[in-house]
Design a protein around this ligand. Structure first.
Ligand code: PMP
Length: 430
């Protein structure tokens, strides 16, 4: 039996069935450095997907910050410590007013759960709207916001709107008409919730629509939807778990790129380069409404080691110019993808921003028939070729590429060469 199969069997035995792994042949990683990871057999893979080792695997400054703080003090969070304050000060500096206060958590799910409670605290309402093709986490309340993986007991306070799709826009037109069609869906959902006895508390969206296939939407596209939410007395929660911390290259946060000002912002994944840290940023007004309605503390969230890891990660992004690198290398890689599209007709729509990009894959450009099974085969073929990327989107046919932020042009060339091979070797069929 291979060591991989032994691990798969042990996982099933010890962690139970259906524990998610990527790829038909999961990767058994044992070591990482920069944009590279190594498996147990010593094989090297280019990491084009992870979203957690934001500033590169095992970045020495983050490792040093963690080890230094762990060898000095780590406690729960009900003592005074500068670490959390220094971090929240630096973090909120990246937001516009009035987003000046924060809660630190250990996961993105917790952050979204708190955001929902904040929305209740400030509005006194219970209705929540999400898109019908996303994921916001795994707590009992937050798992209610998943349409693609529905909970057995759907709560009546949740309504879904169609996820925006720039390649096949609602009503057939893009731009302003598409934006207004989305806002009309929000208004419809607000009315549906009202009928079910729930006034609007919040719209929760990823402003980059990361899980929905990162549609190409112009700045301000979301504003009519935001206005509809505010008009109904609700608040807007921007789930920035995936696009935040400079990944999009042009703006530090997805909502800034989208040209909107949310009421509450949640974050996680890349926040501390792999150390489990999440957070919620909001105004003092909303924070006060939350804290006076709910008694809240978090044993581990913002502990001295987590705060040190998060601060070191943020500083590396800022001091090493990684947002600018994401912009430049992302543009270069998308150009390369477009060039591949000249020979590989399955590449129908190259899109994205910074180091969060990909391409929608189709069987036929005219009918735009999603090449869903083919895209999955490409992701598996790339894994066999030593490049880790993945796919998602409304039709699960969008290649999703989201490497660590120090990704270089040379790394992009490796990815593109392997992709060219995989597309040549894999028959274009469902
Ligand atoms: N929101 C989004 C958009 C996510 O993609 C995820 C995780 N994939 C979460 C929230 C949940 O984060 P976590 O797994 O840290 O709880």
């Amino acid at each position: 039996m291979t060591s991989t199969q032994t691990l798969i069997d042990r996982r099933a035995q010890l962690l139970g069935p259906n524990v998610s792994t990527f790829y038909e042949e999961p990767v058994h990683m044992v070591r990482g450095k920069g944009v590279w990871v190594w498996d147990a057999d010593g094989r090297k893979y280019l990491d084009c997907y992870n979203n957690v080792p934001h500033v590169g695997h095992c970045h020495p400054k983050v490792v040093e910050a963690i080890t230094k703080q762990a060898s000095t003090l780590n406690t729960h969070t009900r003592y005074l410590h500068e670490g959390i304050l220094d971090y929240v000060e630096s973090l909120t500096d990246t937001f516009a007013d009035p987003l000046n206060t924060a809660i630190m958590t250990c996961t993105g799910s917790e952050a979204n759960d708190i955001a929902l409670r904040m929305a209740r605290g400030i509005t006194g309402n219970t209705g929540v709207i999400a898109t019908d093709h996303t994921y916001h986490g795994n707590t009992m309340a937050v798992s209610q916001l998943s349409c693609t993986n529905p909970p057995p007991d759907r709560w009546s306070n949740v309504a879904f709107v169609p996820a925006p799709d720039s390649f096949r826009p609602l009503g057939g037109t893009s731009g302003k008409a598409h934006s207004l069609a989305f806002a009309a869906e929000i208004e419809k959902a607000i009315a549906d919730l009202k009928e079910r006895g729930h006034e609007l508390s919040a719209l929760i969206i990823c402003p980059y629509f990361a899980n929905e296939g990162f549609p190409d939407l112009e700045k301000g596209w979301l504003q009519p939807a935001i206005d509809a939410v505010h008009k109904a007395g609700g608040v807007v929660i921007a789930d920035e778990v995936q696009p935040g911390f400079g990944r999009l290259g042009t703006d530090f946060w997805g909502h800034q790129k989208a040209g909107i000002l949310p009421d509450i912002v949640t974050m996680g994944k890349p926040m501390a380069n792999g150390h489990p840290v999440g957070g919620v940023v909001t105004s003092l007004e909303i924070m006060s409404a939350f804290r006076s309605n709910f008694r809240y503390f978090n044993t581990f969230g913002g502990n001295p080691v987590s705060a040190a890891a998060a601060l070191a990660t943020l500083r590396v992004v800022q001091e090493e110019g990684l947002m600018e690198n994401a912009r430049a290398v992302g543009e270069y890689a998308r150009e390369g993808l477009r060039k591949l599209g000249e020979t590989h007709k399955c590449i129908a729509d190259v899109r994205g921003s910074g180091l969060f990009f990909g391409a929608e894959m189709v069987l036929d450009r005219h009918s735009k028939t999603p090449a869903t099974a083919f895209t999955k085969r490409i992701a598996n073929a790339m894994r066999q070729k030593g490049v880790l990327l993945n796919f998602l989107g409304i039709h699960y046919n969008a290649l999703k590429i989201r490497p660590p932020m120090p990704f270089s042009r040379e790394d992009a060339d490796i990815m593109l060469t392997r992709l060219d091979e995989a597309l040549t070797e894999t028959p274009l069929e469902q």
